[in-house]
Write a protein that binds this ligand. Structure first.
Ligand code: CDP
Ligand code: MG
Length: 202
């Protein structure tokens, strides 16, 4: 049988700026409020190799991230720093290694129906300048691709969240061992997922 929707898991990392901005509680609150279940959590200071591996687990990441960045410029009528997506993403990766290793991060696994998409919706688009209002990146930070490029640094956007179910599965394995993932029942899952809502009325 296919795994039930409610078993879908996603990886979230509160990046060093999220920790330094004292937003750990605020960020966790959003995922709790929507009904997701925390399956694993830890604080660590990642190494550069670990960060490079994390971003290149998906072989398409270099191309897609370069292309997305170029589109971000073009959509605003601006000239991208290069027309070559791979050149752009190599710089992004070098900057990310500095950014994500600059201090402690909080790594978490959250479980629940459509968790990957739900979390991406709550986190908002990559570039805070255009992330929707109401999203974490839209509400709590104000960076842009342009600012990052001019200063030769990463776009600071508080969080990493897996982009697809497949990405989530490999990223969770990269950050957590099997015995760090806790399987348990959360009482609220009954009201979220049970077919029959009996047992509420006395
Ligand atoms: O994090 P997300 O999946 O939204 O974006 P990504 O395209 O996978 O890029 C990973 C991270 O690289 C972003 O969250 C930014 O911190 C950084 N980045 C950047 O500094 N400059 C860019 N032009 C694009 C991404
Ligand atoms: Mg990504």
């Amino acid at each position: 049988m296919e795994k039930h929707f409610k078993k879908e898991r996603t990886l979230i990392v509160i990046k060093p700026d999220g920790v330094q901005r004292s937003l750990i509680g605020e960020i966790i609150k959003r995922f709790e409020q929507v009904g997701l279940k925390l399956s694993a959590i830890k604080m660590l200071v990642p190494e550069e190799d670990f960060v490079e591996k994390h971003y290149t687990l998906d072989p398409k990441w270099r191309l897609l991230t370069g292309e997305k960045t170029i589109k971000g410029y073009v959509d605003k009528g601006l000239e991208p720093p290069s027309q070559d997506p791979l050149e752009i993403s190599q710089k992004i990766l070098n900057n990310l290694k500095k950014y994500v290793t600059s201090g402690p991060v909080i790594a978490m696994v959250w479980e629940g129906a459509h968790s990957v998409k739900i979390v991406r919706k709550l986190v908002g688009g990559t570039e805070p300048l255009t992330s929707d209002v109401g999203t974490i990146r839209g509400d709590y930070v104000l960076d842009s691709y342009q600012m990052g490029d001019v200063d030769g640094r990463s776009v600071r956007n508080l969080i990493h969240a897996s982009g697809t179910i497949e990405e989530a599965e490999i990223e969770i394995k990269h950050w957590f061992s099997e015995n760090e993932l806790v399987d348990y029942r959360l009482i609220q899952e009954q009201i979220l997922y049970d077919v029959n809502l009996d047992g509420i009325l006395e």
